[in-house]
Every structure is written in structure tokens, then in C-alpha cells.
Design a protein around this ligand. Structure first.
Ligand SMILES: [Zn+2]
Ligand SMILES: [Zn+2]
Length: 116
């Protein structure tokens, strides 16, 4: 786990490293499968099975795993998909925030050009 500035959450968040990610990816897939199974069993719409805290219930395994790995209790399961170190670039040499993608040439926070 690595603490990194998250562009979407607008704060420092615990991000998973590549050795932690496969377990999380599997837990997230099971969350998606839970939602599909629930819809097939009940004929409910996507909105009906994910409204309010139902979404958290479907992704309980992924949320529990995230807490176990990071010590942080996330409440929005959808945020887990982007809390992965490898989808960001290295820290900007001017402001220290991670570049938004591994390929980014400019820092989106301060506009600095990426160091060669
Ligand atoms: Zn985030
Ligand atoms: Zn910067």
C-alpha cells in the first residue's frame, strides 16, 4: 500500500500496489457478479440493486479487503477501482503530485513539464 494524492477523490488515499491488486481485482469482480446475480434472481433494475447502501453490501468483500490492506474504511466501492498505484505516473518533480497517467508529459496540477 502506498499513500498517493488521488485526482478523483481530491485527497491523499491509500493506493494498492501490484502485489495487492490481483486479490482486489478478484474481489471487485465478485462484487459485479453479486449485482448480476441479484438482478437475475429478482428481475430488479441496476438502480434498484445498487441504490443507497445496497451497493456497499454487494461489494462488502472488496471493501473489507481494502480495509484489511490499508486500514482505511472506504464507503464508496467504485472508488476502489482507481486506488491502484500503477495507473498513475511518477510524482511531479515540481509539486510532488503523481502524474495522472504513466504516459503523462505534463503535470495536471501545476503544469510543469515532466523531467526527462
Ligand atoms: Zn480516489
Ligand atoms: Zn506538478
Amino acid at each position: 500500500m502506498t499513500e498517493l494524492w488521488c485526482w478523483r477523490c481530491q485527497q491523499e488515499m491509500p493506493m494498492l500496489d501490484e502485489d495487492e491488486w490481483p486479490e482486489m481485482a478478484a474481489a471487485l469482480r465478485r462484487g459485479i457478479r453479486n449485482i448480476k446475480a441479484r438482478r437475475q434472481a429478482t428481475g430488479a433494475s441496476l438502480a434498484e440493486v445498487t441504490e443507497g447502501d445496497k451497493l456497499q453490501a454487494q461489494y462488502a468483500e472488496a471493501l473489507d479487503l481494502y480495509e484489511r490492506l490499508t486500514g482505511y474504511r472506504e464507503t464508496n466501492p467504485l472508488a476502489l477501482h482507481h486506488h491502484r498505484v500503477s495507473i498513475y505516473g511518477p510524482p511531479c518533480q515540481t509539486c510532488g503530485k503523481p502524474l495522472r497517467t504513466p504516459q503523462a508529459k505534463l503535470c495536471a496540477a501545476c503544469g510543469a513539464r515532466r523531467a526527462a
